[in-house]
Design a binder for this molecule. Sequence first.
Ligand code: AMP
Length: 138
Amino acid sequence: MSYDNDNVFAKILRGEIPSTKLYEDAETLAFMDIMPRTDGHCLVIPKTPCRNALDATPDQLAAVIATAQKLAKAVMAGLDADGVVIEQYNEAPAGQEVFHLHFHVLPMREGVKMRAPGQMGDFDAIAGYAEKIRAALV
Ligand code: AMP
């Protein structure tokens, strides 16, 4: 399995398609998921190429999980979430659709289930959650 430079997250990293950015540092980028499974669903990726956790280096994984923790804390505080799921899929049979390593950060609320995947979110609502998450980043 090789890395495809034309995957959608590589295009976001190159600025070829837009994203609602939340945070970036030298190694990672966090942005909003456009098909959110919960309100405030966001993604964390490494800036360097790797397909998923199977070919990632320990350094890539460490950087991405550190940023995922930062975003998890921000969604808890900024969106007043009751809990947060951090999850990651490897290869299509496991549910991976975009083949650039990413961790999902999903704010959870008491009694509210995740929506089915693949439903486009409301852009104004996503922008509103993004503003609150950014404001809660420390
Ligand atoms: P996965 O199934 O783990 O590969 O998840 C890929 C995720 O990327 C899904 O939650 C999609 O909604 C999300 N996604 C796909 N295209 C974009 C995009 N252009 N910007 C933000 N999120 C995206």
